[in-house]
Design a binder for this molecule. Structure first.
Ligand SMILES: [Zn+2]
Length: 461
């Protein structure tokens, strides 16, 4: 792989390596909780487990969308290392309390606490990274590594859980979770974290505004919005419906639940590992659209499967469907970091990654309640059909918004007097009002809109 020396250089920084490992251990903790929580919800609610999980995951998303930006605004005012360690201690404590739960409301309370701590951890962690890695390119790579780690977590944790569940009961998974957070806390303690440089990347409001403005004005990012919806629609089936589908419809056990989740993870891993080469050749758009189409195919197959009455063949079919959804998810998510990088100047990247963080969570905020509550009220077929319609809307937005021909460099016009002349040294005067030049085009202070069709024709003339 071409990127190997860069990654090696990145991990040569020992403070970064410790912090990254801390993040990965915490992710594993979270991943094991996801599996254990599904089984706990089933133990307490039985057939209504989907509603419980839907609610718990909706609480998670509400917390992420509200708490994460708030904390991001204040991270430069708290002692960050103690803050990160404290958050991990809270998470470990909550995980240890989860096996003792016997009421559904207690799940909601503990999930709210756990996810508040997680939602505060992520932006703080992200704010620390640029101080440890002052080099802009290394920092961007670190952002991508973080995203890749999050993707890997969704696949490796269920596999680990599946293996563990064949020998122990699911209550012990929460112990694994607690260990993940404790290891994470220990690694943070061992990291030198420089004190915050006040608002190195602008105030919160500036960052959110900048990120959202770039999203709204860049065609390929509007396409990404649609893809976020497809991923959330299909992913909610996996996250919310797996436990009921396995236990009530297929008549399987805890290991059956973990096995389907692992199949999903396997699909993700297979595609994530084989993708970099394809991505170099084909570019992000066809790969991501293929991924989105794969997700919709998976949803369609799930709907067909929900109409089947009986038969052991459904296990094999379900494994294939869950793996297909995993594969589609990886094909959409893996190129996302590259698309964000391509669409912003280095200085605006943290803002754009933050905007994608919020916007993707908003998509889950729509799909989790549907997967949870509609399933309990109307069953799998109606729910999955509804999610498939949302996914179809998402892919339609993606295809229409993200033009097939999407070069990095655009020839465009600047009106005389509206831009610093120093930026126009290579420009050609078109008439008395406009200058024309060509360069890699991203939305920034000088380029606030995407050139429309008429402007591009004029520029090409
Ligand atoms: Zn320009």
């Amino acid at each position: 792989m071409r990127s190997t020396p860069m990654i090696t250089a990145l991990f040569g920084n020992r403070d970064y390596l410790r912090l990254f490992t801390a993040q990965v251990s915490a992710l594993f903790g979270t991943g094991l909780t996801t599996v254990a929580l599904g089984l706990l919800a089933y133990e307490l609610a039985g057939a209504d487990a989907a509603a419980v999980l839907g609610t718990a995951l909706t609480i998670k998303m509400v917390v992420y969308v509200t708490v994460a930006p708030l904390v991001a605004a204040y991270t430069d005012r708290v002692p960050r290392r103690s803050f990160l360690v404290g958050l991990n201690v809270i998470r470990a404590g909550v995980a240890l309390a989860l096996p003792f739960i016997d009421q559904i409301w207690q799940i909601y309370l503990l999930i709210a606490m756990l996810q508040t701590a997680s939602a505060a951890f992520t932006p703080t962690y992200q704010a620390v990274i640029p101080d440890i890695l002052p080099d802009e390119r290394e920092y961007t790579r670190a952002l991508s590594a973080a995203q890749l780690a999050a993707t890997m977590e969704t696949l490796l944790s269920p596999m680990l859980a599946a293996a563990a569940l064949s020998v122990i009961s699911f209550h012990w998974l929460f112990v694994g979770t607690a260990i993940g957070f404790a290891v994470s806390a220990a690694l943070v303690i061992a990291t030198r974290i420089p004190s915050a440089t006040a608002a190195a990347h602008g105030s919160l409001r500036e960052r959110i505004t900048v990120g959202m403005r770039i999203f709204a004005a860049t065609p390929r990012l509007r396409g990404l919005l649609g893809m976020n919806l497809v991923v959330a629609a299909a992913g909610s089936v996996i996250m919310v419906n797996t436990v009921n589908y396995v236990r009530d419809t297929l008549g399987g056990t805890q290991s059956g639940v973990a096995m389907l989740l692992a199949a999903n993870g396997f699909g993700t891993m297979l595609v994530a590992l084989s993708l970099p080469r394809v991505l170099d050749r084909a570019g992000a758009r066809p790969v991501m659209l293929t991924g989105a189409a794969t997700l919709i195919t998976g949803l369609g197959a799930a709907i067909a499967l929900s109409l089947a009455n009986a038969g052991d063949w459904r296990w094999g079919a379900a494994i294939a469907v869950w793996a297909t959804v995993g594969a589609g998810t990886a094909a959409v998510l893996t190129p996302t970091g590259q698309v964000l990088r391509r669409s912003s100047r280095p200085a605006d990247r943290p803002a754009l990654f933050a905007a994608q963080f919020s916007l993707s969570h908003l998509a889950w905020l729509i799909t989790y309640p549907i997967a949870g509550w509609l399933t309990t009220a109307a069953g799998f077929t109606t729910t999955w059909l509804t999610l498939a319609v949302l996914a179809a809307a998402g892919i339609t937005v993606a295809v229409r918004m993200w033009p097939r021909h999407d070069p990095d460099e655009l020839t465009h016009l600047h009106e005389a007097g509206t831009i610093d002349p120093a930026l126009l040294t290579d420009a050609v005067r078109v008439d008395d009002r406009f200058y024309r030049h060509t360069h890699a085009y991203v939305i920034d202070a000088e380029h606030r809109r995407w050139p429309n069709e008429a402007e591009r024709e004029l520029a090409a003339a």
